[in-house]
Design a protein around this ligand. Sequence first.
Ligand code: NAP
Length: 257
Amino acid sequence: MRIEDSVALVTGAGRGLGRALAHGLVERGARIVYGAARDPAAVTERGVVPVTLDITDPGSVARVAEQCRDADLLVNNAGVMTFSPLIGAPTLDGARLEMQTNYFATLAMCRAFAPVLAANGGGALVNVLSIVSWFTNPVNGTYGASKAAEWAMTNGIRIELAAQGTLVVAVHAGFIDTDMAARIDAPKISPADVAGQVLDAVEAGQIEVLADERTRQVKASLSRDHELIYPAVQARWDTDHPMRPGGQPGGADGAPE
Ligand SMILES: NC(=O)c1ccc[n+]([C@@H]2O[C@H](COP(=O)([O-])OP(=O)(O)OC[C@H]3O[C@@H](n4cnc5c(N)ncnc54)[C@H](OP(=O)(O)O)[C@@H]3O)[C@@H](O)[C@H]2O)c1
């Protein structure tokens, strides 16, 4: 689809990748860019219309679907990561928050906006997933599970929405240089780079974005994941991971991705 003259809604637009996506949409000539955030005062990007949205609140989602009923491009960018191991986390709170936000709330946004996109000619829907949609690192094991669920959901809605002409784009990336990955000391791709690739994909009608080399490698290794991916993850966890029971602060980085 053409971004020029489109009407786009980006969730989590107050910072990080969402802010870069909103900026890119304005730069490419979108007619309206709604920038959604729990605190609309955080949406300060020039040319972006602030919208109040908590994606986990069904009333808020319904209100925004009504307010933005002219949208033909939805970017589900909002997400959370709590750095919770599956067994080692003290409670299920992180797992619940991530599944609630990254899976259930994003699915609720897709359901609320499917008829809006249909009414506006089909348009496009983008879900921001992760490299850990495809493998689990215990450092953020509960987050990986939520992103795997979101990936499965994205593949299903693509099939369901094909008849109404909606392009469904899955975005996978390793570390992006935002608040979410701030505590990680590893190479990161810039939010502007990822945003540019996402918008290129929308304009090209491409269903998947593999934003960096590590993400492309992991996707290509999936049929041999227990040979090519998991031994290194296990070794990092076993060596001296600070989040492993008994692990030392400042030990191996454990790259959570
Ligand atoms: N950073 C990475 O390394 C990385 C890698 C791969 C994929 N991703 C994915 O990229 C997306 C953007 O993340 P980011 O890196 O930009 O992280 P970020 O800087 O932590 O930003 C997360 C955004 O999501 C919003 N959000 C969280 N819960 C929300 C809710 N219930 N309702 C509405 N907005 C909510 C936040 O809003 P508030 O400001 O109100 O908290 C914030 O704008 C996420 O889906 C993330 O999983 C990130």
